[in-house]
Design a binder for this molecule. Structure first.
Ligand SMILES: [Fe+2]
Length: 140
């Protein structure tokens, strides 16, 4: 916790979260001994996301008055390399804030995702904010 800094444009501050990146379901490293059910749950979720993303990309293309395959033509590896493509699944955990935490600490620094699309799943605690095109921050 506090080691990753997604926002390096502001004063140095702690980012209070823990992250686990999954880049390849087939060959990726899972903590099978510590969390034996993680691999099967994440693989199931990942497969569901792989089915959803092309549908979303098609819907976005049609909403923008483009051909239905406008985006999916450039994302065909999602299906052909379903277990190992350039997608990243990132699991974030936000543990309780320890006492005496520096005042400028944040949970996750401001950043821009680097992929075509982000599917975000958060629990009922919420907390994520997204900046819209006008620059306003809205609850995610
Ligand atoms: Fe992000």
């Amino acid at each position: 916790m506090g080691q990753e800094q997604l926002d390096d444009t502001t004063d140095s501050h702690l980012e209070l979260h823990e992250s686990y990146y999954l880049k390849c379901m087939k060959t990726g490293t899972f903590p099978d001994e510590e969390v034996p059910e993680l691999r099967s749950h994440m693989t199931t979720l990942y497969d569901s996301c792989l089915q959803l993303v092309p549908r979303l990309l098609t819907a976005i293309a049609l909403a923008l008055d483009q051909e239905r395959d406008f985006f999916t033509l450039n994302h065909q590896k999602l299906q052909t390399m379903s277990a190992c493509n350039t997608s990243t699944m990132r699991l974030n955990f936000y543990p309780p804030v320890p006492p005496n935490t520096p005042e400028k600490s944040v949970r996750c620094g401001t950043h821009t995702d680097y992929g075509t699309i982000t599917l975000l799943f958060q629990d009922s605690m919420g907390g994520l904010q997204v900046q819209d095109v006008s620059g306003s921050w809205v609850e995610g």
